[in-house]
Ligand binder design. Structure first.
Ligand code: MN
Length: 741
């Protein structure tokens, strides 16, 4: 949506843009049109066009701002008092008090000499510059009576003059463009009328930096066809998806990039045109607020969202009441697409600012925020009318009223930085560049060293002293210390620490996970990747970061790891020893481990007491009469000395698949706050698990006890299970397998 740039060529043309006019308003506009047409008859613009075309163009812009009949009539008549014999009294008689007052207000704003930005290098001059800007705005207020619409008319007037600036002499062009950039664009911005702000800025830049402007404009033009095809595809796709999900009334459109915004971004971020321009921007406008969030979900489902690029300005509107959801995604080709989602209501706020709410001026509609702003403006204007006020008092009033929430500080190069009241050198530094903010260590204000939480005042020249490297201080985020007030600075600082913290969290998270797996003896069986998948993290880094940040405790890690290990063991069992899972309850269990042998399966076996075979020994079975099989070492004297007849009763046996893991010693260290009964509780658990304790030592250091257990276990699962059980014992802080066990 752009501000209309078409100039109506007839009354009908102009009226056609106002379809819902009532007969009285229509008549008022008709009379104003005729009056202005007659009054300016014979006058021409520098372009050679009849002067009256300018009046109609201004009225058309006001129509676009959705102002009502009186303001549009005043727009038609805005130059008539200045440039023709018609008087304000005459207007009052013919058009009423309001129209006359609006025209008078605009007329008095003529010909105020403003030398903006002539500053060079000394501090005093810079202060003067700001005061000149203030001075102009002050006069605007003084002369426009109590009606903010004067300002809208003045902005519309300036906009059309800027559009036709090409017909002026070059030196005049530059002066007017600077004035527009310095005063009128910020004023439009202040009133929240982005449409006028952008156009004024682009038109000004064209004269202030003609080469840059032309080069950017040419490059935009060059790539327009490509871009439009691409945007069309994105828009169609999003529209189709929204419709599929039940949102049929969405307006989806590519968002035009303003030359000044591209230029500022190139300058600010020091990146080339392509990088700024390559970012595609789409806007989705909906009827209902809840649809915005629904649409956001659909967008994030359709394309991959870029982390940390999402902002909810609906839930948390910006300082200037701007509302929208902002997000950025990667499309199928990996290109960045910025997406704004808002309702029509929010859209009108954003595009037309106060003007969009002018219809609520009587307060019937209860838009309290805009009421408040309008009332503040009105109050200030009334104050300005009081001729007894001295200039200084008035300036103060301006600073505390219209500028109540703004501070204008100056860079050493004379650039004016617009900051909210209470802003500090830190805010100032971040406003200039994120990196300057991060590295700020000191500040000079008007040459004097100040603290970094010094409250800046309008007109102060600020010089930031930076360190070569390093980052912000966490103190800066402490609200009571008052180091910064702007969201921009706070966000940059928070982001810095989020990123720094993330790096640190990843490192410490990795340590924790490593230690935990090591402790459980699972380092070789469970990978970081497996673990991060178990916790459903997209990457190992994200998983580490969450662990490091304390979002996932080491307890959760060990529980999940042990669970996984048990699951895997079961899987292995099913594959390799399915019978284990179905072993009958009453099956004879050999006293030590399983012994398998030809024909020995299921037979009662016992270890011979003459030779005491232990796992790993070569063994042989001797089938006894009625007592099953006795297992001997093959080297046992009783076997060696068997008669030939007895030898027929020997069978081959082996320790089976578990020969080497059947029984082995494992050390476990249990660290706990010392208490009575600790060792008893721990050993009871071990006994319950039918694990033999080979050795137990207790050492104390202060109130910390370490139980060093040497256990005889038959399978690794027993260890992991024991660790998790002992971990739950009261006062136990840590259970792990010491290295080397
Ligand atoms: Mn004019």
């Amino acid at each position: 949506m752009t501000m209309t740039s078409f100039t109506p060529t007839s009354l009908e043309d102009l009226l056609s843009a106002m379809p819902r006019l009532n007969p009285n308003d229509r008549a008022l506009i008709e009379r104003a049109y005729r009056k202005a047409e007659a009054g300016h008859a014979g006058q021409t613009r520098k372009s050679g066009d009849p002067y009256f075309t300018h009046c109609v163009a201004v009225a058309a812009i006001l129509t676009d701002l959705k102002l009502e009949a009186e303001a549009i009539a005043a727009g038609l008549l805005h130059d008539i008092v200045e440039d023709t014999p018609v008087t304000v009294d005459e207007l009052r008689e013919e058009f009423g008090v309001t129209v006359a007052r609006l025209v008078e207000g605009v007329s008095k704003l003529k010909n105020i000499p403003v030398e903006a930005n002539l500053n060079k290098d000394n501090t005093g001059r810079k202060k003067t510059v700001i005061n000149k800007e203030l001075e102009y705005i002050r006069r605007m207020f003084m002369h426009m009576g109590e009606d903010v619409r004067v300002m809208f008319i003045k902005l519309a007037d300036r906009l059309h003059n800027m559009r036709t600036l090409g017909f002026m002499k070059p030196e005049k062009q530059l002066r007017i463009a600077r004035e527009t950039m310095d005063i009128f664009a910020p004023l439009a911005n202040r009133l929240g009328i982005w449409q006028i702000k952008w156009e004024l800025e682009d038109l000004s830049l064209r004269y202030i930096e003609p080469d840059t402007y032309r080069s950017i404009a040419a490059r935009i033009d060059e790539r327009r066809a490509d871009r439009e095809t691409y945007m069309q595809r994105i828009v169609e796709k999003l529209k189709a998806e929204l419709a599929k999900q039940g949102i049929h009334n969405a307006t989806v459109a590519g968002r035009p990039k303003h030359i000044t915004s591209i230029y500022n971004k190139m300058k600010r971020k020091n990146i080339p045109f392509e990088q700024v321009f390559d970012v595609r921007a789409v806007r989705v406008i909906l009827n209902e607020k809840h649809e915005c969030y629904q649409a956001l979900g659909i967008v994030h489902n359709l394309w991959k969202p870029i982390p940390r690029e999402f902002d909810d300005y609906i839930g948390q509107p910006k300082d200037n009441h701007y509302q929208s959801l902002h997000t950025a995604v990667y499309d199928e080709n990996g290109k960045t697409v910025e997406i704004q989602i808002r309702t029509w209501d929010m859209h009108h706020h954003a595009e037309y600012g106060i003007a969009a709410h002018w219809k609520y001026k009587e307060g019937v509609n209860g838009d309290s925020e805009y009421e408040r702003r309008l009332n503040a403006l009105r109050k200030m204007m009334e104050f300005g009318k009081d001729t007894n006020e001295s200039d200084d008092d008035y300036m103060d009033a301006l600073k505390t009223d219209f500028f109540q929430d703004r501070v204008y500080a100056v860079t050493p190069k004379g650039e004016v930085i617009d900051l909210p009241l209470g802003a500090t050198p830190i805010d100032f530094a971040y406003h200039i560049h994120t990196d300057i903010g991060h590295r700020a260590r000191g500040a000079r204000v008007n040459g004097q060293l100040v603290k970094l939480n010094h409250k800046l005042r309008s007109g102060e020249q600020v010089e930031i002293q930076t360190t070569k490297s390093g980052g912000p201080s966490r103190d800066w985020l402490n609200a009571e210390a008052g180091y910064c007030v702007t969201n921009r600075a706070k966000e940059k600082i928070r982001y810095y620490f989020r990123k720094l913290d993330r790096d640190q969290h990843i490192a410490s998270g990795r340590d924790i996970v490593e230690r935990e797996l090591d402790r459980l003896g699972l380092s070789n069986s469970i990978t970081f990747q497996t673990l991060s998948e178990l916790f459903e993290f997209p990457s190992v880094e994200d998983f580490f970061a969450a662990v490091g940040a304390g979002d996932i405790t080491s307890n959760q890690i060990s529980n999940r790891s042990l669970e996984e290990e048990r699951r895997r063991q079961r899987e292995i069992d099913i594959k390799t020893q399915p019978e284990k899972l179905f072993k009958p309850r009453n099956a004879p269990t050999p006293p030590t481990g399983a012994i398998t042998g030809v024909g020995a399966t299921g037979m009662l076996t016992r270890l011979a007491t003459c030779c005491n075979p232990v796992p790993g020994d070569e063994i042989i079975g001797f089938v006894t009469r009625g007592r099953g099989v006795t297992i001997h070492r093959t080297s046992c004297g009783n076997i060696v000395n068997l008669s030939d007849h007895e030898r027929e009763r020997l069978i081959d046996v082996s320790w089976g698949g578990q020969t080497t893991t059947n029984r082995y010693l494992v050390c476990l260290d249990v660290v706990a706050y010392d208490r009575a009964g600790l060792a008893r509780d721990v050993t009871a658990i071990v006994a319950d698990e039918r694990v033999n304790i080979h050795d137990l030592r207790v050492s104390r250091k202060g109130d910390i006890s370490t139980l060093s257990l040497k256990l005889e276990v038959s399978e690794p699962r027993q260890v992991t299970r024991l660790i998790s059980l002992i971990q739950q014992v009261n006062s136990v802080t840590d259970v792990y397998r010491p290295h080397g066990s």
